[in-house]
Design a protein around this ligand. Structure first.
Ligand code: HEC
Length: 94
């Protein structure tokens, strides 16, 4: 879907970026977050936590699955953790 949209934008043409309340960082993994994490709460709710360690994010993903029965695709788990840590991490593993 996204690629089809982008394909329609001609080279050199300016793209108007819609205002969003939270700075969503696009990039590898965002699709996985969108598919797995935004069914129950918003993106802002997730990144409201501020910069956190990799363990913190991994723990949250596990918590979502264990406590809230989030139907998170196993193959996406690591992608999501990496994405959150890369963009919303504090640089610390633990
Ligand atoms: C099945 C529904 C559901 C899905 C899917 C889900 N969450 Fe949550 N999430 C919740 C609920 C419920 C809360 C807690 C609300 C509360 O405690 O008031 C929550 C809270 C959070 C919090 C706030 C901190 C905390 O510990 O409560 C974070 C961060 C979070 N989710 C991240 C994620 C991430 C990342 C994903 C995707 C991997 C995800 N969630 C997918 C239901 C879900």
């Amino acid at each position: 879907m996204v690629s089809a949209l982008f394909a329609q934008v001609k080279k050199g043409e300016e793209i108007a970026v819609p205002y969003i309340a939270y700075p969503i960082k696009m990039g590898k993994g965002f699709n996985a977050v969108q598919a797995n994490c935004l069914t129950c709460h918003s993106f802002g709710y997730i990144i409201n936590q501020g910069p956190q360690s990799k363990d913190f994010w991994a723990g949250k993903v596990v918590k979502m699955v264990v406590h809230f029965k989030a139907p998170i695709d196993k193959k996406d788990t690591q992608t999501i953790i990496d994405y959150l840590f890369k963009h919303y991490g504090n640089g610390k593993l633990k």
